[in-house]
Design a binder for this molecule. Sequence first.
Ligand SMILES: [Ca+2]
Length: 587
Amino acid sequence: MNENVIPPTGISHKLWGADAATRVPADASPTRFAATNQTRVGHDKAQHRGEAPRAARGARALPTEAPERRLLRVHRPIQQAIVVSAISVAVTLGRAAEAPPKPLFPDVAPVCPCESLTKVSIPNTTIDSAAIDPSDGSCRVTTTVTHPPSGDRVKVWIGLPVKNWNGRFRGNGGGGFSGGSAGSLRGPVAQGFAAGATDTGHEGGSGSFALDVNGRLNWQAIIDNAYLGIHDMTVVGKALTQAFYGKAPRYSYFVGGSSGGRQGLMEAQRFPEDYDGIVSACPAINWHRFLPADLWPQVVMVAAKNFVPKAKLDAATAAAVAACDASDGVKDGVIDDPSRCDYDPKALVGTKVGDDTFTEADAEVVREIWEGPRGPDGSFLWHGLSRGTELFALAGTTGSPLTGRPFGIPLDWFRFFLAQDPKWDWTSLTPAGFELLWKQSVEQYGVVFGTDNPDLTRFRDRGGKLIIYHGLADQLIPADGTIDYYKRLQQRMGGAGSTAQFARLFLAPGVDHGFRGRGPTPTGQFEAVIRWVEEGKAPDMLLGERRDQNNKVIGTRPLFPYPNIAKYKGSGSTDEAENFVSSLPTR
Ligand SMILES: [Ca+2]
């Protein structure tokens, strides 16, 4: 990572990073775009080695699940220096009781020594090394892919189990600007998958790769990161799998969250032959729109000359939850459907927040953050953060007197992709200037980075299956953008029924970008997509779990395919899934 381009804000670029830890509950769970609250300081050497950050390493985990769990890490309002970060998704392979997927080929064994894979010929690809990893006995291959005449270098890491290959390939996604990490292979390889990951052409999580040494846009690097690197990884991974076992993988899966979720959907849209099943968590789709929108809270505070402290933001979130919690029939600290909550922050004006008093100006800032980016004429640009969602990740502040501290990834987007000036001063941004740059983002990068094409005809026609899931209290990527995309998918692919034959969306109330929070965290997504692909059994429900600090399950709730919601039957514990039924929301 080029330290010179780290924003002075202290915000970690690892945010959506592949290396970011996923803190998935002990034996369950999902993939995510990890949001780690990390400072630059805490962002230790282990991450550069592709390992989980310190906090994640301390988490309890089954050996085979550890890397999966690392994936996600959710933002937790902690101290100031905290930044929400990453998002690397990983779908966990499941609870302790659930065995790894059964082998598809009996008695399969490598047909050549690991080291001999250096002789495999793949177009435009150099095999840098192939050797047994002493830590787990798997065959690890590192390769570099290029795209002549460009001199780009896309690093690809492949892990191949020497014993007990299950006959499948699994591609693993990254987070933020990071394409992925070698460390993400460990869990899937332990589960018997041939697995791949890639740096998508640049190291680290900074967006500085967008500019070449002359300060001009480096389109090859941008394209490698936006879509080509993941496809390269997939091609190389399948070729090496074939060479090592003498058989192609029977099925291939992609798992990712946040940027990884975007990568999964990108594959379905651009390279539908690559994967049979895709699990896409809190996907960073609509990248060209939501990412610049992530700077909006700072633009609002600058324009208002009113940087709102975290305590007031938290007070507004808590007040919204208190006002709207019970409207879904269960008072549990979770707003099941934030779109039905219209709590007005003006109700807080005059109340004490610590030694401070909530003002009209504070209420207006919160209102504009909830509303989302608007042009100076009031025109809709993008969705805002939902009521009940933690606001500090994007409306971060620091210092005394308070000043804004933007989230690093959107800041990099403005600096390197839009203003194309590493020294660009975000504090100079007016609402009118914001609209201009937002529109530039849409026009200049929509086709490359947007990943919002709803035409999945080719993916569907070859039997592809897709599970998307998103937390409704996502503090970095509003779930409304994913809902928009899914609705467009339904329209394009023949309606709700036809779409549900191959693509389903599950929304998780009250959970954030790291799949933490008061709400139920989805579990079993990866098993579900495998079952869907290989046995034709579509997932009618994902089990959501809530865990305490000791990782003990303290509540379960069913999650049904969108637009269905879980409705309380009216009797029995609201912490038990069996007391909820699938229902269509009434409006
Ligand atoms: Ca509730």
